[in-house]
Design a protein around this ligand. Structure first.
Ligand code: KE4
Length: 429
């Protein structure tokens, strides 16, 4: 496969951009090799700088649930462009967007738009601290909530892939208020609560984690966390940046049947443009400036260009809820094809899937938390990744991520993926 242009571009990029990329996980560090510079995305496909075509299962790390550049998002953007992209003044579409999020996610009574998932989670923690007057919060090992200082403690996603569970530059002061529990282990949460009585403002969790690979909250664990938050007056924050509108119309909270106090969103709600949001109980959100004293702001928050793409995406979901049945059918088809292959080659690698988020771990035991996920053979994953890439299948360049199926993936492409998966596994194992 000729990737000369990507190689050349990567060389140029590294002169002016740290690591040659604007987000670490894109650099292929954990799988090795030269990252591919992409030139075009359309539907389920992407084309790189050398003209190689790929079936894309990253979808920009989650936003492209309909595939790249769907006509209804493109049209919304072109229409908005006629009227300008950002005014720094309130616009009607922000109201419609807030109303639509509240309609699709019943736990959201009020919502504030921001520009990334990190801003959303950062602001949600501040809201919880301001509302409770407490300073500490609990996160879970292997969960990733973006790169705000106090989240970069035993985190998932790119930081995990870099093998740097706690990033330099995060001060002791910042880390002191971040307490880390074990995913799906209620006792680990209870122990922290006993040692920090009445000091915990929030518990933040990915209700279906997508940053240690895919790992779902066990039902009893989810119920237990909700009960503990009720008993201790702790704000429960579901970080649905990845799962929101991905795994169900109402996100992971709809699947789990648990109502968080605050939720954070990103990815799909921007339709591919930079958008994040945090929202939930009115009595908490009303404390956010300017209606309340908890400061939070953003020059481009709610800008009409990004809102037009996000609104088009959510409206498509609202008017076509059957998309989730379609995604379930395609994703379970892909999963069973992968499982068939594993049987044929005699490997029992863990396969976790919720809706159109899926992950195969190179470890032959159940993966239910960070510790079990971390047993995966990441070197083998790297080899598998490149064998799939050679066959035109573009997966996450890291074991601790999710594979995303979109509505644009065809049966023919799923079959090609299953066939490539078999050949790749035969080659590397
Ligand atoms: P952003 O700041 O990257 O928009 O969102 C941070 C974030 C927050 N919460 C969850 C559950 C997330 O998955 C993310 C970002 N996800 C990663 C993918 N593992 C983004 C990819 C990247 O870092 O380039």
């Amino acid at each position: 496969m000729n990737i000369e242009n990507s190689k050349n571009l990567f060389e140029q990029a590294q002169k002016r951009i740290p690591g040659g990329v604007n987000s670490p996980v894109r650099a292929f560090k954990s799988v090795g090799g030269n990252p591919l510079f992409m030139r075009k995305g359309m539907g389920s496909k992407m084309i790189d700088a050398d003209g190689n075509e790929y079936i894309d299962y990253i979808g920009s790390w989650g936003p492209h649930i309909f595939g790249h550049n769907p006509p209804f998002i493109k049209e919304a953007l072109l229409n908005q462009l006629e009227n300008g992209v950002s005014f720094g003044a309130p616009t009607e579409i922000e109201i419609r967007m807030a109303e639509l999020i509240a309609e699709l996610v019943p736990s959201v009574e009020m919502v504030r738009m921001v520009n990334s998932g990190t801003e959303a989670t950062m602001s949600a923690i501040r809201a919880a601290r301001g509302f409770t007057g407490r300073e500490k919060f609990i996160k879970f090992e292997g969960c990733y909530h973006g790169h705000a200082d106090y989240f970069l403690i035993k985190t998932g996603s790119g930081a995990l892939t870099l093998g740097v569970p706690t990033s330099p530059g995060v001060t002791k002061g910042n880390a002191a208020d971040t307490l880390t529990a074990d995913y799906n282990d209620l006792d680990s949460v209870k122990k922290i609560l006993q040692r920090n009585k009445n000091e915990i403002a929030a518990i933040i969790i990915e209700p279906i984690a997508g940053n240690m690979g895919v790992v779902k909250m066990a039902d009893q664990f989810a119920i237990g966390i909700r009960e503990l938050c009720d008993e201790e007056n702790i704000v429960l924050i579901f970080d649905e940046v990845m799962t929101g509108f991905r795994v169900a119309k109402g996100g992971a909270q709809e699947i789990l049947g648990i109502k968080p106090d605050l939720s954070t969103f990103g990815k799909i709600i921007g339709g591919g443009l930079p958008v994040g949001a945090f929202g939930g109980r009115k009595e908490i959100m009303e404390r956010i400036a300017p209606s309340g004293p908890i400061y939070q702001a953003g020059t481009l928050s709610g800008n009409p260009l990004a809102m037009s793409a996000g609104f088009a995406a959510l409206n498509q979901i609202k008017n076509n809820p059957a998309i989730y049945a379609e995604l379930e059918k395609k994703s379970s088809y892909l999963e069973s094809g992968f499982k068939e292959n594993l049987k044929k080659i005699g490997k029992n690698y863990a396969m976790n899937r919720t809706g159109s988020m899926m992950c195969m771990f190179f470890v032959e035991e159940d993966v239910t938390d960070f510790k079990s996920a971390f047993k995966s053979n990441t070197k083998l994953y790297g080899k598998y990744f490149h064998e799939m890439l050679k066959r035109g299948i573009y997966l996450a360049p890291a074991q601790f991520e999710a594979l995303f199926v979109s509505a644009a993936h065809t049966e023919e492409e799923l079959n090609k993926t299953i066939k490539s998966h078999y050949e790749a596994l035969k080659t590397v194992t």
